[in-house]
Design a protein around this ligand. Sequence first.
Ligand code: FUB
Length: 329
Amino acid sequence: MKKTSIFASSLLITGFALCAGVASCGIKPSGSGNPCIPGPYADPEGIVYDGTLFIYPTRSLPFREQTSMDCFSTTDLKHWTKYENIIDTSEVKWAWGAMWAPSVLRKDGKYYLFFGANDVHEGETGGIGVAVSDRPEGPFKDLLGRPLINEIVNGAQPIDQYVFTDKDGSCYMYYGGWGHCNVVRLSDDFTSLVPFPDGKLYREVTPENYTEGPFMLLKDGKYYFMWSEGDWTKDNYRVAYAISESPFGPFRRIGTILESDPAVGTGAGHHSVVQSSKTGEYYIVYHRHPLGAADGNDRVTCIEELHFDSMGKILPVKMTFSGPAPATF
Ligand code: FUB
């Protein structure tokens, strides 16, 4: 595994280069810079471990070239470390390519990386797999030697999983493409699914307008369920949310929190939310198409502050080139 250090000022230069008309870019020297990591990366999952923010993204390449994953870490949003090839298809024997949208969870001192593979369709091998490492930056080893979820249930393609730990320690996995979202309960060792009290393994929780990219945030005792809508290759891609009393919904759509801004970037979505353990501030990590993007895979990973109003509603996110001020996690 190769490790590289990156300083945010080099990303600011990239940011300047990406937008014609530097004066209107809104790049502030005080900001940490967007894109926050260099290169074509999408579907970023941010997570904080011991004061370090890690970002696990998809390498936004054509499916057949998506054969490995990298991750990034920072303690201040200015200095980043890139870890290359934290897992690849040579380790996951059943994956032929198209490994994407990782979600990572720490449990009992180990790090579990869930991923989608093979863009699976009915009757094919692929879907959601799980790998394990002793370190957040990998390298990760395939845990099962087969997918954890291979089949298509309730019309949901097994991709875009997000693994969520509830108040009582139960781990649930929200997942699904093709406009359907399921939730399953994971066994303690992440090797199988545990039936719900009604004996079923899958519950459909699809909200209105849902396409893919589910994410759950537990804040002040409420379940903030978020998802991406529209088409990830197009300008209509965006993030919406619901608030529920239960991790199983119902998830009634409240509104959009992130969407295209023709002055900054388009097709913004497939996000995650992190909270600084030092300041309590929330941040949204997401991808967008840079202005003048060449194709659907031309996606970059960015970070912004995320704010709530006095009633707990999420305020719409303003995308920037400057990014948040340097921060601690
Ligand atoms: O990166 C491949 C796909 O693009 C993801 O599964 C979707 O969520 C979209 O972001």
